[in-house]
Design a protein. Structure first.
Length: 439
């Protein structure tokens, strides 16, 4: 994991937030390559969930919402972790932290950081939502929250979307957006952070058809995740047992990836039954029933949710892509990213900076960049430039050499994965690359 974190920084995938001030705990910034990678993941998700489906509409709801939303959703009362404080060193832990010895609140309990005995408080509930104030007065009545999930923005817009899009049940609403959780035990790089992005879809169905749709979406989402190129042996489904199920959930599966720190969830598929819309109907006083035009039946739709983290998906993709291998007696670090996700699709490199090669390379680069994210690099030895692109996960490198300029107008195309080089006419380059980048 340390190697990946250092590559992520070195190549500009992920930086610590506010690093020059010593960093901000568990908040991360995406650099030039990371921003491209995450944008590619989100665009692929949007395409498959919204554009390729007639029965799903997109939404972009605000982060700030009416505070009653979070009472209705259960987050004000229930989105809590039990925590204990050490009265001596002031550190705070989750009550179930395995590093704590003894029972917090009792004289035998020992602080895992300073080792003091009897200084740990009994567990107290701590809400994970970030609070802020709306308007000029910082008083309780003006308190609102940064949303801890995007789903509620979908529920409160369910009627608006239904009526404006003229959809009929079953149909879904999809959204990508930021969420905030004041996590107490964050860590493992970008796996658990306090600000993150979710890609969520809520599918509204007739009660009774929910189990079939739940199975459908579990399989669809698994297929999508497999399509990112993740190694199959590092992917698995985990069904929630009775003690894991959230109070509102009828059934739930996690899609897990085997990260270097173990198997962990990066997407969840949940059958939420009618919990959410019933609660919003109750708290808002607004009728959220659906009138089935075919049968004249009225009902509160059930919801099947697919909830993925853009950051955790990006982390799984990076972990999976990272490879070290021996090439000609040297260690090569290469990110074998799926070409559709790679931040840079093709690098254009003049072999040397003379004899017309720089001008030829510029022309090739200018042509390509109109169609794909291309990168021009003319500094350092060609071997070093190839290695930089390997670390960036760039699937193809185009080299302009003497033959290109003086003889036949062809360039070499080096494949990141096979290391094979092929000569291709510069005029055919876009077609050649397009067919290989598709996916
Ligand atoms: P966990 O048990 O790991 O806290 P969760 O079950 O609370 O996750 P959900 O509420 O189901 O997670 O959120 C759906 C998705 O949002 C997760 O699968 C994950 O990808 C992402 N996610 C949730 N919390 C975080 C976080 N703190 N940092 C990064 N991504 C997160």
């Amino acid at each position: 994991m340390d190697k990946l974190v250092s590559l992520a920084k070195r190549r500009g995938f992920v930086f610590q937030s506010s690093e020059i001030y010593g960093g901000l705990g568990s908040v991360w910034d995406y650099g030039p390559l990371g921003a491209e990678l995450k944008a590619n993941i989100k665009a692929r998700w949007w395409r498959s969930m919204v554009h390729e489906r007639e029965d799903i509409e997109g939404l972009d709801a605000a982060i700030l919402m009416h505070p009653k939303v979070w009472e209705a959703s259960g987050h004000v009362a229930g989105f809590t972790d039990p925590l204990v404080d050490c009265k001596h060193c002031k550190n705070r832990f989750r009550a179930d932290d395995p590093a704590i010895k003894g029972t917090p609140g009792q004289p035998d309990a020992q602080c895992p950081v300073c080792g003091s005995k009897g200084t740990l408080t009994a567990p107290r509930l701590f809400n994970l939502m970030f609070k802020t104030f709306m308007g000029p007065v910082e008083e309780a009545a003006a308190q609102i929250y940064l949303r801890p999930e995007t789903a509620q923005g979908i529920y409160v817009n369910y009627l608006n979307v239904l009526q404006s899009s003229r959809q009929r049940i079953p149909f879904g609403i999809a959204q990508i957006g930021k969420a905030f959780r004041n996590e107490i035990t964050p860590g493992n790089f970008t796996f658990r952070t306090r600000e993150f992005e979710q890609m969520e879809m809520q599918f509204f169905v007739k009660p009774g058809s929910d189990e079939g749709w739940f199975d459908f979406w579990r399989e669809e989402r698994l297929k999508w995740v497999q399509g990112l190129g993740l190694r199959p042996e590092r992917l698995r489904l985990h069904r929630h047992g009775p003690t894991e199920l959230a109070h509102y959930a009828k059934d739930a599966y996690d899609i897990q990836y085997e990260f270097p720190f173990g198997w962990n969830e990066f997407e969840g598929i949940h059958n939420r039954a009618d919990f959410d819309l019933s609660r919003h109907q109750q708290f808002s006083g607004k009728k959220l029933e659906y009138l089935d035009p075919a049968t004249n039946e009225r009902f509160i739709p059930y919801v099947v949710e697919t909830s993925a983290g853009a950051d955790r998906t990006a982390l799984a993709v990076l972990c999976d892509a990272y490879h070290e291998e021996e090439v000609a007696g040297e260690t090569r670090v290469v990110l074998r990213l799926h070409p559709a996700l790679a931040p840079i699709k093709v690098a254009v490199l003049p072999l040397v900076n003379k004899d017309g090669m720089p001008e030829f390379a510029r022309r090739v680069f200018d042509d390509l960049r109109k169609h794909v994210n291309a990168f021009h690099d003319d500094s350092g030895s060609i071997g070093r430039r190839y290695r930089r692109q390997d670390e960036a996960g760039t699937p193809f490198a185009v080299t302009v050499d003497g033959q290109s300029v003086a003889e036949d107008g062809t360039v070499t195309v080096r494949s990141r994965d096979t290391l094979q080089q092929e000569r291709v006419a510069a005029a055919q380059l876009l077609d050649y690359l397009s067919s290989r980048l598709r996916g």
